[in-house]
Design a protein around this ligand. Structure first.
Ligand code: 5SP
Length: 243
């Protein structure tokens, strides 16, 4: 069943290693057929270089139970199920452990909108969902991973179509979109902007703390104007011509 969707979801999963978004098996993509009340997801723990479209697992949209497939579905199936049932307009979901996004997730920091790369895809900061409490983890860890994302969007009034991604603290990013392929695109943009933001935060912090000798540039003036140009034959002529 759902052979076309299995092929689509398989191809979307294979984009993850191609785009450098996953190492080993640290990620999964799903796609939904809402009319049939079913969705297709990557099987758990299967390396991408061994993966086949026929390995995809079909699960029930209502409860995430396996409907067809010889392999266990991704361990993140409960989160995919919860998101499909609470974000009704999404058609595909991606989860990865892409390093830059995971760094913000572990720090429980939103990925802030700092440049147009971000704004062209995410119309606002990408939220770091609340960390799960000890009680939530013990009560229903899997369901709560999806719950904490939805709860964060609802409490902060974020439109899940305008900001198609979230960070789960100490785990990683979940991205989504109208199709699995669009969800993969959003996952890649998220990783790119997470890296850009990290460097922007570092550079702006460093710029505020520049030591005075770097601001004065005495050494560079001495080196450039006299010591180096006077010695270097080519530079001397070039320097003389410029004077
Ligand atoms: O964080 C974890 C496992 O600790 C998961 O998110 C894996 O990274 C993907 O698991 P499968 O989809 O292969 O079950």
């Amino acid at each position: 069943m759902l052979e076309d969707l299995k092929q689509e979801v398989y191809e979307a999963n294979m984009r993850l290693p191609e785009l450098g978004l996953v190492s080993f098996t640290w990620g999964n993509v799903s796609g939904v057929d809402r009319e049939k009340g079913l969705y297709v997801i990557k099987p758990s723990g299967v390396p991408y270089d061994e993966l086949k479209a026929s390995d995809m697992v079909v699960v029930n949209l209502a409860d995430g139970k396996v409907v067809e497939g010889d392999l266990n579905p991704s361990s993140d199936t409960p989160t995919h199920t919860y998101l499909y049932n609470h974000f009704p307009k999404i058609g595909g979901i991606v989860h990865t452990h892409s390093p830059w996004a995971v760094s913000f997730a572990a720090a429980k920091m939103d990925i802030p909108a700092m440049n147009t790369t971000h704004a062209d895809t995410f119309y606002g900061d990408v939220p770091a969902a609340d960390a799960l409490t000890k009680e939530e983890i013990e009560a229903d860890y899997e369901g709560n991973t999806g719950k904490t994302i939805v709860k964060t969007f609802n409490e902060r009034g974020i439109d899940y179509e305008a900001v198609p991604a979230a960070l789960v603290s100490q785990h990683g990013p979940f991205s989504w979109g109208p199709t699995p392929d669009k969800a993969v695109y959003n996952a890649k943009v998220l990783e790119v902007v997470a890296e850009e933001d990290y460097h922007t935060l570092q550079l702006t912090r460093a710029n505020r703390e520049l030591p005075q000798y770097l601001l004065d540039k005495h050494y560079l003036r001495k080196h450039g104007a006299n010591a180096y140009y006077g010695q270097n034959n080519a530079k001397s002529k070039e320097h003389a011509a410029r004077e």
